[in-house]
Each structure stands twice: as structure tokens, then as C-alpha cells.
Write a protein that binds this ligand. Structure first.
Ligand code: ZN
Ligand code: FE
Length: 255
């Protein structure tokens, strides 16, 4: 990894993140959930941000946009499909957009589902992806604006990234996600071991992130629509992938 990342908590369970390119000195803020912790992180690292990368319009991801823009005179980047709902937006992006970042590029992946215009930011060279409220550690975002087949398509794109891609998510939901995951994939030894680790980390007040695409493929039921044991457990051996995903999402909504 050539970029540096500072991860920290905001609000109650939101993650804030700073993305820094040491050679060029560039810094991006990935979502702006709360001004105070973001300023503290900037101070801690001594980095000066030049942009905010917005993943989607929800208040817990854009609350500090205008305050940070005023303070740092930075540019706010966000999805074209949500431009009217993102405070202070300057530059819009869509599927395939690339944002120069030092000698790296940040590639935009559209991942509708949680919201209609949600995007993820992927750095192929450093092998990092910011998935906000699309993919969580052991979970996925709630389907507020698009139905399950659309979210399934979005998660398929993330599942296809290299397995060693490091994943940063929008919330610390891993503990409740782990408890749910065990109800649909109870015999998965790797999941059981991970759930124990997560219980321990949370008991110590520590973050469970980052994760990797490979780890999620092995343990996150929301990426495991093709897994035979899960399908058998759900009585959906012959169902379409998107239907298996939809059933898992439905069960989580009622968990
Ligand atoms: Zn959200
Ligand atoms: Fe959120």
C-alpha cells in the first residue's frame, strides 16, 4: 500500500477516514460524518485535506461538508445521481470516473441499493476500497432506495475485486452482523473464529476494521449467495443468486 489511511470513530458508530498520499502530500476526507473528530484526525496527522469524497447523501455521511469546505476551501466530490442532496458538492462522478490522487487513481464504482446513487471509491494500485454503507464487515447496508436485485448487482462488483483488497466501511456494525451471520451460516468454521475475534475486539472497545474482500467472501453471508451450505440451510438449493441474497437480507431486517 502506498497510501496512508487514518481511521477513527464519529457520532456513535460511524467511521471517519482520511486518505493520504505521502509523495504528493494530497489528502482526501472520505465522507464527513462529524466535524470534531475529523478536525482532530487532521491535527493528529498534520495533513491538509483538499477534497471530500462523498459516498451517498445520508446525513451521517455529509453533516460536516459545509463546515469543512469553509475551513479548508476544499472540493466536494460525490455521485452525480445524488448531486441535489449533497451539501456543497462541486464535482460529480459516476461509474468509471477516475479521480487523480498523486500517482494513484481513485476509481468510482456505482453501488446502488442502500441509496439510489451510492458510490464506492477504489484505489486499484494501493488495493483499497471505501464501501461506506454498501458493504460492511460481515454485513451490507439496508435497502432504503433500491430493491434486493439491484444491491445484489452492486455487491457482485465488490466481490469481483482482488481478494487482497483492503476494505473500509461506513459503520462499526460488525458485532451484530457476526451474530446474525452465524444464524444463516452456522457451520462455517472461519466465520465462527472471526465472530469470536469480533466479540473480543468490541469488548475491548476496539475497531473491527479494516477487513479484506477475501475475508468477506469467506465469512460474510451477504456475499455468499452461491454457498451450498447456506443455500441448504435456507432451503433454497436451486434458487437464483439474487433470490438467495434477498432472503438473507430479509432475515437480517427481522433479526
Ligand atoms: Zn447511509
Ligand atoms: Fe450511514
Amino acid at each position: 500500500m502506498t497510501v496512508e489511511i487514518e481511521l477513527f470513530m464519529c457520532r456513535t458508530d460511524n467511521f471517519g477516514a482520511l486518505l493520504h498520499h505521502p509523495q504528493s502530500g494530497e489528502t482526501a476526507i472520505v465522507d464527513a460524518p462529524e466535524e470534531g473528530p475529523i478536525l482532530a484526525a487532521i491535527e493528529r496527522r498534520g495533513w491538509r485535506p483538499s477534497m471530500i469524497l462523498t459516498t451517498h447523501h445520508h446525513g451521517d455521511h455529509v453533516e460536516a461538508n459545509l463546515a469543512l469546505k469553509k475551513r479548508f476551501n476544499l472540493r466536494i466530490v460525490g455521485p452525480e445521481a445524488e448531486r441535489d442532496r449533497i451539501p456543497g458538492i462541486d464535482d460529480t462522478v459516476e461509474e468509471g470516473s477516475v479521480i487523480p490522487f498523486g500517482d494513484e487513481t481513485i476509481a468510482v464504482i456505482e453501488t446502488p441499493g442502500h441509496t439510489a446513487g451510492h458510490v464506492c471509491y477504489h484505489l486499484p494500485k494501493s488495493k483499497v476500497v471505501f464501501t461506506a454503507d454498501t458493504l460492511f464487515a460481515l454485513g451490507c447496508g439496508r435497502l432504503f432506495e433500491r430493491p434486493a436485485p439491484v444491491m445484489h448487482g452492486s455487491l457482485k462488483k465488490l466481490a469481483a475485486l482482488p481478494a487482497d483488497t483492503v476494505v473500509y466501511c461506513g459503520h462499526e456494525y460488525t458485532l451484530s452482523n457476526a451474530r446474525f451471520a452465524l444464524t444463516v451460516d452456522p457451520d462455517n468454521a472461519r466465520l465462527k473464529a472471526r465472530a469470536e475475534t469480533v466479540e473480543k475486539l468490541r469488548a475491548e472497545g476496539k475497531a473491527t476494521l479494516p477487513t479484506t474482500i477475501g475475508e468477506e467472501l469467506a465469512t460474510n453471508p451477504f456475499l455468499r449467495w452461491g454457498d451450498e451450505a447456506i443455500r441448504r440451510h435456507l432451503g433454497m438449493e436451486k434458487a437464483a443468486d439474487a433470490d438467495v441474497f434477498a432472503e438473507i437480507r430479509r432475515r437480517k431486517d427481522n433479526f
